[in-house]
Design a protein around this ligand. Structure first.
Ligand code: NAD
Length: 421
């Protein structure tokens, strides 16, 4: 079946559609909605990088600062061949609502470079990262905009950015990025924070709809930072059986459950989850339609669309990825009684611990792993409850509930700052 005519795979169109839907529901004025749909600032940079073979290549990157009403901008940097300005705008918009729903004093931003890190050497990646950092240095900084890792960027990428900015400042500036290695001011618990938050959100949802996660089944799409740690924590701390997992090369299935840690070791060695001993192959499409209790899309956008939403059988969809479900597919899932824990809440643990990292950097003090985990759990439980209560009160799905909480807070910031009457 073709996608419905109004369904678009342009993530920014979808992000704006979501704002319109929520704005109407909240009764916000059309002119304020126009403000909320327009990014504050967008920077496009084209910059040269010396490649290993001696040639010079021009890369294009973006930094979009979406809305700064609640505080300095905050958002990850993605290295991917499909990066586009509209994708970065959408991701920056979602960061705005995520920071708001998680109660963090940040506006949202995002960055990206069009490249294929899999085809680049470490030296090429480092030179590209440093040039990009220099190019966007005019708008980032601890008081202005604080990047973090996203798809195909990690602690090493953040360390190169921090070093580049520090070299030009004349002293170490740890607060310019989060998701750094511990030795240069990273926070304990940041690596697994997105997944730990997702695990708490899933637990809170399961409790309310009376699913026992112990012995329940889960499938995880994407086996990177968000996906792997989600599988590991759901299995290790909730006793959930992870029966399927996938990456960009394909997926694996075992009805008796996969060992998430051994699967990660296999991926580290072979570059993919495919071929994991004791498992059978499964496609990414099949994985999404498995009869499991919990489905965790933790790869990229637009994975659940009107094409496959009717075949999704999970009881809970916990969105590790940003934007994995189109607005039209959302409606289908809601009608089927499936609880979708929306990205801005389900993966909000990552930016929450990034916030903790930044606070530790500014205070020049570091917290124990227990303190980070306790604060994260408290924040997730509280944010989930606020969203759940809003959704119950308004008789809407959790995504609408989360956006209503988030957009209401930003609209209130506009009002008290005197920008909007
Ligand atoms: P990552 O680079 O660590 O992992 C991405 C994974 O997705 C890899 O295993 C890759 O093979 C897989 N993948 C790529 N294309 C795929 C496809 N077409 N089908 C199936 N798998 C595919 O990235 P990450 O940090 O885990 O990010 C994943 C998602 O989670 C993104 O949407 C990101 O925005 C979101 N997210 C990440 C964080 C974080 O802290 N890392 C926080 C919030 C949201």
């Amino acid at each position: 079946m073709a996608n419905q005519p109004s369904e678009t795979m342009n993530p920014f169109e979808n992000a704006k559609k979501q704002i319109d839907r929520v704005g109407k529901r909240l009764g916000l004025a059309a002119d304020l909605l126009e403000v909320l749909k327009a990014p504050n600032r967008e920077l496009t940079v084209n910059f040269p990088v010396k490649m290993d073979n001696g040639s010079l290549r021009v890369f294009t990157g973006y930094r979009v600062q979406y809305d700064g009403a609640l505080g300095p901008f905050k958002g990850g940097i993605r290295f991917h061949p499909q990066v586009s300005l509209d994708e970065v705008r959408a991701l920056a918009s979602w960061m705005t609502w995520k920071c708001s729903v998680m109660g963090l004093p940040y506006g949202g931003s995002k960055g990206g470079v069009i490249c294929n890190p899999k085809d680049m050497s470490k030296g090429e990646l480092e030179r590209m990262t440093r040039r990009f950092a220099s190019a966007i240095s005019v708008i980032i900084g601890p008081e202005k905009d604080i990047p973090a890792p996203d798809v195909y960027t990690d602690g090493q990428t953040m360390a190169w950015i921090m070093d580049t900015i520090s070299m030009n400042t004349g002293f170490s500036v740890p607060g310019v990025v989060t998701g750094k290695p511990l030795v240069i001011g990273g926070s304990k618990g940041r690596d697994e924070a997105t997944a730990r938050g997702l695990m708490y959100a899933t637990r809170e949802c399961a409790k309310r709809i009376k699913i026992n996660l112990k012995g329940a089944t889960a499938a995880v799409q994407g086996y990177g930072n968000a996906g792997y740690h989600s599988a590991r924590l759901l299995a290790g701390e909730q006793g959930t059986k992870v029966v399927a997992a996938s990456d960009s090369s394909g997926g694996v299935y075992n009805a008796s459950g996969l060992d998430p840690v051994a699967l990660n070791a296999h991926k580290a060695k072979k570059g993919t989850v495919v071929g994991f001993p004791g498992s059978k192959g499964i496609s990414n499409e099949e994985l999404l339609e498995l009869d499991v209790d919990v489905l965790v899309p933790a790869a990229l956008e637009n994975q659940i669309t009107t094409k496959n939403a009717k075949n999704v059988k999970a009881k809970i969809v916990a969105e590790g990825a940003n934007g994995p479900t189109t607005p039209e597919a959302d409606d289908v899932l809601f009608k089927k009684g499936i609880y979708v824990i929306p990205d801005i809440l389900a993966n909000g643990g990552g930016v929450t611990v990034s916030y903790f990292e930044w606070v530790q950097n500014l205070a020049q003090y570091s917290w124990s792993a227990e303190e980070v985990t306790q604060r994260l759990e408290r924040n997730m439980v509280q944010s989930f409850a606020t969203v759940w209560d809003m959704a119950q009160k308004e008789k809407v799905d959790l995504r609408m509930g989360a956006y209503m909480v988030a957009i209401q807070r930003v609209a209130e910031a506009y009002r008290v700052r005197g920008i909007y009457p």
